[in-house]
Design a protein around this ligand. Structure first.
Ligand code: FES
Length: 138
């Protein structure tokens, strides 16, 4: 191999490595900065308030969202039935979420216990930073 071919191969190799690095960075899941959170946040609430009240229903764009401490983890669940979209009812004493329309039943993790709802409840994205819980849509 002469010197010119060798240099061309090295240049191609550097180009491929650079392209792969750039391409993989496009799909890398990265942590959201506080500044980005502030730009996309839909709702902000103190963690202490959730812990104190145990169950909290908030509204974002007319959608009810349940914030609940369940199994040492906070769940943020959309209180809309996956069957036909009825607003769900929270039974605080039995710790169940039920649908008044056709009787679907869910636990506090959003897991479907009884149909006709075809799926579990939709979980809402949130991030915890500096003693606050931020709900955001990306
Ligand atoms: S809308 Fe909830 S079970 Fe049908």
């Amino acid at each position: 191999m002469n010197r010119r071919k060798f240099l061309v191969k090295i240049a191609n190799l550097i180009f491929i490595i650079f392209s792969l690095t750039l391409f993989s960075s496009l799909f890398k899941k990265r942590d959201i900065s506080l500044e980005e959170l502030r730009q996309t946040v839909q709702y902000r609430i103190e963690l202490e308030e959730i812990k104190r009240k145990k169950f909290l229903v908030i509204y974002i764009k007319n959608d009810p969202i349940l914030l609940v401490q369940s199994n040492d983890k906070i769940q943020a669940l959309l209180l809309r039935c996956p069957h036909r979209g009825c607003t769900l009812y929270l039974d605080r004493e039995r710790k169940l979420i039920s649908c008044p329309c056709h009787g679907s039943l869910f636990d506090l993790d959003g897991k479907r216990l009884r149909g006709p709802a075809p799926t579990d409840l939709r979980k809402i994205n949130y991030k915890i930073k500096d003693k606050f819980l931020y709900i955001y849509f990306t």
